[in-house]
Design a protein. Structure first.
Length: 161
């Protein structure tokens, strides 16, 4: 395994942030980093300080697209002074076991990570994708400020039968 990993069990939690249906989550990531939404998320993120990028599918997604949401553990009311209250999207992340992959340099490693196929990587580790959760998380911790920084990729898993 070329990426440091660990397994954690997380209780269900709620996220609130900005969403867009995309063909690449990078589109929302770049836009949010340049238009002030990233700073809004940081200011509302509280003690946790992690910005989560959530890739998920829903009925609004056309073929070849998915929903990407940049969000924090917060309440909608926490965004009241942001001037962006009407743009918010909320979602519940179900309880699950998660394999956490650490990417030391997001910009240099993220594309390669997807080439290596995280779905295949969790199989190598003895897990299966937890389709009941049906999404994965990019986690940009409080120290993350540029593409040269570390981030984590969380894949929901269940024991392989």
């Amino acid at each position: 395994m070329t990426y440091p990993t660990r397994c954690v069990k997380l209780p269900a939690f709620d996220l609130v942030g900005f969403t867009q249906i995309v063909q690449s989550g990078g589109a929302l990531y770049e836009a949010a980093r340049s238009d002030g939404r990233w700073e809004v998320l940081r200011s509302v993120g509280g003690a946790d300080g992690t910005i989560y990028g959530v890739a998920s599918y829903d009925k609004e997604c056309p073929e070849g697209s998915y929903r990407y949401t940049l969000a924090v553990k917060a309440r909608v009311d926490d965004f009241a002074g942001s001037g962006r209250h009407d743009e918010l999207f909320s979602m519940r992340i179900p309880e699950s076991d998660w394999v956490v992959f650490v990417l030391d340099h997001f910009g240099a490693q993220y594309g390669k990570f997807w080439e290596d196929d995280p779905y295949a990587l969790i199989q190598e580790l003895g897990w299966s994708f937890n389709a009941k959760v049906g999404l994965h998380l990019d986690a940009f911790g409080p120290a993350y400020s540029s593409d040269d920084d570390a981030m984590e990729f969380l894949m929901p898993v269940s024991p392989r039968a």
